[in-house]
Every structure is written in C-alpha cells, then in structure tokens.
Design a binder for this molecule. Structure first.
Ligand SMILES: [Zn+2]
Length: 129
C-alpha cells in the first residue's frame, strides 16, 4: 500500500487506488471513496459541533454514491453553500456537498475501515468563518 502524501491545503486525497466504503447507520445511504485520505478537520461551527463530525474534503470525482439519491434529504444553513446530506431513515449525516467548490465533505465517522492513525486531524474554526 502506498503511503499517502500530504498536500498544502490540509484536505488532500491522493491517488493510490484505494477504495473506502462509507454509509449512514442503516445503510440506505452508502458511498465509495477513491484514493487515500490523509487529512481531516474537526469543525466547531454550530452544526459540526452538534454532530461531532470528522470531515475530510475530497474532489467530487472521487466520490460515488452507491444508493438511491432520494434516500437522503438535504439540510442547509447560514450561506447555504454546503448541502448537508442526511439519511431519511436513520438521520445519520455521512457527507455534505459543496457544489461551488466541486468538493464533497466526508464524515469519516461513517467510514468504518479507515485507519485514523495515518490521518492528520486538525481543528477548524468554522464558528469564526
Ligand atoms: Zn440511514
């Protein structure tokens, strides 16, 4: 297995051919994530603080939704730039979409097989952003 390299942005996904699978709790929302995850953030904004999410930003082309799009509903707030997807059945929020930035924010807590030891998790001051 290739060792992931770090990018300057702190939200980097490298192309090592790895595939991760993530899902909500009940499994009605499931996705595949291609490439290694090397960095993530914990955000202190009003939403993330409540969720306790650990988020890693990836380009949309490395994200594949494996289940029906209508299985999840959308929640937006503040600038409404980020669409937070949550399962209509179990309520878990496994990912968010930032269309303007062509990015998906993966909630790493919903990716079971991921090895946290190789991921740098840094605080992000979303409350101030
Ligand atoms: Zn669910």
């Amino acid at each position: 297995m290739c060792r992931p390299t770090r990018g300057a942005g702190g939200e980097t996904l490298t192309q090592t051919g790895m595939i991760y699978h993530g899902s909500c709790h009940c499994g009605r929302v499931a996705f595949a994530l291609e490439g290694a995850v090397s960095a993530a953030v914990t955000c202190n904004c009003s939403l993330c603080a409540r969720k306790g999410a650990v988020l890693s930003a990836v380009p949309t082309e490395r994200f594949t939704l494996l289940t029906a799009p209508e299985a999840s509903a959308a929640y937006t707030f503040n600038s409404h730039a980020i669409v937070h997807r949550f399962c209509r059945t179990c309520g878990m929020q496994p990912y968010s979409e930032h269309a303007g930035k062509d990015a998906i924010y993966i909630n790493l807590n919903c990716v079971e097989e991921i090895d946290r030891a190789g991921i740098e998790i840094v605080p992000f001051d979303g409350r101030a952003a």
